[in-house]
Write a new protein. Structure first.
Length: 95
């Protein structure tokens, strides 16, 4: 993601997205059940999932961000409320 640039705006897809930040940092916004928009910053080592949720990417940092995204096709099932963005923070392993 290019510094200072926004992705394609608020969107959702019929997929399960597994996202990890390889380098740098970026922001992801999502609508809450209360109608407000919330935003989190994800940094190198962080992992999150999107399960058909509305979200928007924006690189507010001054440097390039590299993310690895695994996209798995899924069928959307309307349940009355969208599942939240799941953020797992930094994932570390001792090898």
């Amino acid at each position: 993601m290019v510094p200072g640039k926004e992705g394609g705006g608020m969107h959702r897809t019929d997929t399960i997205d597994l996202v990890t930040v390889i380098e740098g940092e970026t922001n992801v916004a999502y609508p809450g059940e209360d109608g407000n928009e919330y935003e989190i910053t994800v940094k190198a080592g962080d992992f999150l999932t999107h399960n058909g949720t509305f979200h928007r990417w924006h690189n507010r940092s001054g440097r390039t961000c590299t993310v690895l995204i695994v996209v798995i096709a899924a069928e959307r099932k309307e349940s009355g409320s969208a599942p939240p963005v799941r953020f797992f923070g930094a994932v570390t392993t001792d090898i």
